[in-house]
Design a protein around this ligand. Structure first.
Ligand SMILES: Cc1cc2nc3c(=O)[nH]c(=O)nc-3n(C[C@H](O)[C@H](O)[C@H](O)COP(=O)(O)O)c2cc1C
Length: 369
């Protein structure tokens, strides 16, 4: 298997990566509760995965207590959380890694049991998501109807992201990625299925894109454009999301993002299995013409398909989720053509060290083969 393209250096905004194997943002629900503070186990987990020059996007982290929708997800809104994350960023830097924080507000994918004062979660429109929500005690309950944000509250949402971005800077991150994917608040505004507003934030693609651009502009204010990225899932249906005209919407989104000159756009492919054939067309290829900047791809890749995608110019780097959970030394394994540890879904979310920091790295002897 050739991985020459995966191991070519890449300029990513202000940084130069020594390879293109990116660690995708991965929620693991193992923060210390109460407080939702990253732990020392988290330090070990990220440190294990920070191979030299590698690019890591942190697990999604709520910018405000109102933006939490899952138990034990870390936040970036308190002094304790900033201090906890600082240990992680220090450990990643000690290994030569580069780490951006993924900034998160779950919007309607939450439950009053997470909300200060037990209030309803907020969303662009009062539309109940299909399916079930977590509670803080890891129970599953039906979603409740969110409260539609008043237009006068939207500047406060932008401010929450700005504050999160400022805190990420204090926590020693190298940049921030806006979580604009997977059915959370930003995508709830983008998609026609979840945004039924009739004001300046709903209706036309221009209006539905407005919050995204306002938030991105705030992040660029804090960090500078060359340390800001955004993650989008144009064909996403996760968390009851849905867009009637993905190419129409996302071609507009990418066109509006272009003048911001951000470090990268990170697009999630619709498939989520490893069945994709190396070099096969991706759904997101249709959007490639609308983005001339750096593009990170994600979703169902293995080493060969990732290398082929880069060779074919489909993207510049590839993020790996599930394989990075199970393989702390994933870039090295790709480089050597070494076998991958299988991942165990049962330990993806919540729990302790098992399935978190105990996946083995290659022995030096195996690595030398
Ligand atoms: C356990 C788990 C947690 C995830 N958490 C996040 C997250 O916090 N933010 C995000 O944007 N995507 C999240 N994702 C999606 C992954 O980043 C990635 O896009 C997805 O797993 C597909 O890539 P893969 O086929 O390489 O696993 C998560 C996926 C998994 C399996």
């Amino acid at each position: 298997m050739s991985t020459a393209h995966l191991f070519a250096p890449l300029k990513l905004g202000r940084y130069t990566l020594s390879h293109r194997v990116v660690m995708a943002p991965l929620t693991r629900m193992r923060a210390a509760v109460p407080g939702n503070v990253p732990t020392d186990l988290g330090v070990e987990y990220y440190s294990q995965r920070a191979s030299s020059g590698g690019f890591i996007v942190s697990e999604a982290s709520q910018v405000t207590p109102y933006g939490q929708g899952y138990p034990a997800t870390p936040g970036i809104h308190s002094a304790e959380q900033i201090a906890g994350w600082k240990k992680i960023t220090d450990a990643v830097h000690a290994k030569g890694g580069i780490i951006f924080m993924q900034l998160w507000h779950t919007g309607r994918i939450s439950h009053p049991s997470f909300q200060p004062g037990g209030v309803q979660p907020v969303a662009p429109s009062a539309i109940t998501p299909a399916g079930k929500s977590f509670t803080p005690s890891f129970q599953m309950v039906p979603f409740e109807t969110p409260r539609a944000l008043e237009i006068g509250e939207i500047p406060g949402i932008v401010e929450a992201y700005r504050e999160g971005a400022r805190n990420a800077l204090a926590a020693g991150f190298d940049g921030v990625e806006l979580h604009g994917a997977n059915g959370y608040l930003i995508e709830q505004f983008l998609h026609s299925k979840t945004n039924h507003r009739t004001d300046a934030y709903g209706g036309s693609v221009e209006n539905r894109t407005r919050l995204l651009i306002e938030v991105m502009t705030a992040l660029v204010d804090i960090w500078g454009a060359d340390r800001v990225g955004v993650r989008l899932s144009p064909f996403g249906v996760v968390n009851d999301a849905g867009e009637a005209d993905p190419i129409g919407l996302y071609s507009h989104v990418l066109t509006r993002l272009a003048p911001l000159n951000i470090a990268y756009v990170h697009l999630i492919e619709s498939r989520n299995t490893d069945a994709g054939e190396a070099g096969a067309p991706l759904a997101i290829n249709d959007l490639r013409p609308f983005w001339s900047g750096t593009l990170i791809l994600a979703g169902g890749f293995v080493g060969a398909s990732a290398d082929a995608a880069i060779r074919a110019g489909q993207g510049d780097a590839v993020a790996f989720g599930r394989h990075f959970i199970a393989n702390p030394d994933l870039p090295r394994r790709f480089q050597l053509g070494a076998p991958l540890n299988p991942y165990n879904r049962a330990t993806f979310y919540g729990g302790d060290a098992a399935g978190y920091v105990d996946y083995p790295a290659l022995e030096p002897a195996e690595a030398a083969e």
